[in-house]
Design a protein around this ligand. Sequence first.
Ligand code: ADP
Ligand code: MG
Ligand code: ZN
Length: 487
Amino acid sequence: MAQKKSILTAYPDYEVVIGIEVHVQLTTKSKIFCSCKNTPEAEPNSNICQICTGQPGVLPVLNEQVIAYAVQAALATNSAITPLSFFDRKHYFYPDLPKGYQITQQYLPICEHGHVPIRLEDGSTKNIRLRRIHIEEDAGKNTHVKGSGESLVDLNRAGTPLLEVVTEPDIRSADQARAYLKMLRAIVQYLGICTGNMQEGAFRADTNISVRKKGTSELGTKCELKNINSFKYIADAIEHEIERQILLVASGKQVKQETRLWDNKQKITIPMRSKEEAADYRYFRDPDLPGIQITNDYIATIKNRMPELPYEKFDRYISSFGLSAYEADIIVEDLERAKYFEKAYALRPSKNIVNWFLRDVLGYTNEHNIFLKDFLITPEKLVSIITLLENGTVNNSGARIIFDTIAQNGGNPVTVVQEKGLQQVDSSDQLEEIAERIVKANPDVVANYKAGKDKLFGFFVGQMMKETGGKGNPHTIQTILKKLLDS
Ligand code: ADP
Ligand code: MG
Ligand code: ZN
């Protein structure tokens, strides 16, 4: 993808260091420590109970599904699973956290030391190391009502399960950050443990950024960019922050450690708060919850349920389907895309399926903001259009008309061919007759063509297409014209 040049090209002595923390909202049926439904988007405060609202005298009970999901994430990222991990309390006071502490895993996370492979621009693969993945509960949601001075608290989200995935500071550019987030999102989506919907906050990334002179091993002072909820803005936001820091450091000033927000209107990052120290949270092990013991048998059961992962699909598309890395990258990025593409490709394994899917199906659905699952051209219909094209019933422009017609109004490709009279004219007799007529009617053009103006060949092709109402078989037309004009 063409991106604007990074500030780093103007400051070749500096490098950027990025580490990312992602909160992955898990799609379990119920919350993590109670049996309330895990549907944060429901009517405010409709899914709450004594446990998730932090009433005195209640005890949390761990939802096994959360552990299964965490182990899946661990396996998908090649992480080391901790045989016995624990929950800790992280204390802070905020109206959306009625207990006064969040249950998380500070000291012994469920897994550590994994990695996520990303593809670099030069085609090579880089493993972004994961420091840890831990389980925690989410807090509720405060809404500050504009103008009224009132704040509303919705606790539907309180006690819903999250995985926090934390990288080592291995990322070296905005593009790498984006590639990492796309791969991680695809992984959790393929596992079926998270919707991956960033707008709804189901996949939230905090990006830690610092800069330093190349060749130094010490890390520079970092700023944390909070919750950018769209891939469109992530690269912009990071690039802007890199620029701000390099200009500071290069002019001898210092970066202040703080949390910053991306303002998408002004296209700048703005300070939000200076960073708390870990000690502020007064972490200690939660005495209400037993340790989580994970046996090899349990891991083996989960292993059996693992689906094909995006990086595995990527390799298969290249080795078995002959796709380019660029093509495979776009398709595996999203599970719905991969499902649609594989269905169509299995029915008709042709390059036209790849091309029409990438250019036309993705082009149309992106432009019109349609989910692939709601697209009127199903994989079967795409196959039928490509079959009509490849067996010569219609030419390319005919296929395009069928595509647009069905994309807009639905319908059956074969019926559209009949209704719109799109059958390709490829009878040689008929085309020869037309060609002779055109050649006779344009002696000057013929003379110029024969005198060496090769480009005029296109004029005759154009006339033929006009005469056949765009339905002439281009290949037959070329052959006939060549014979007629070059003899
Ligand atoms: P905090 O306690 O402030 O959350 P951590 O040490 O837990 O900081 O790291 C959080 C994330 O920030 C990790 O992904 C880590 O890789 C990254 N990180 C830590 N220090 C830096 C730094 N100086 N520059 C860039 N990223 C960093
Ligand atoms: Mg942090
Ligand atoms: Zn509850």
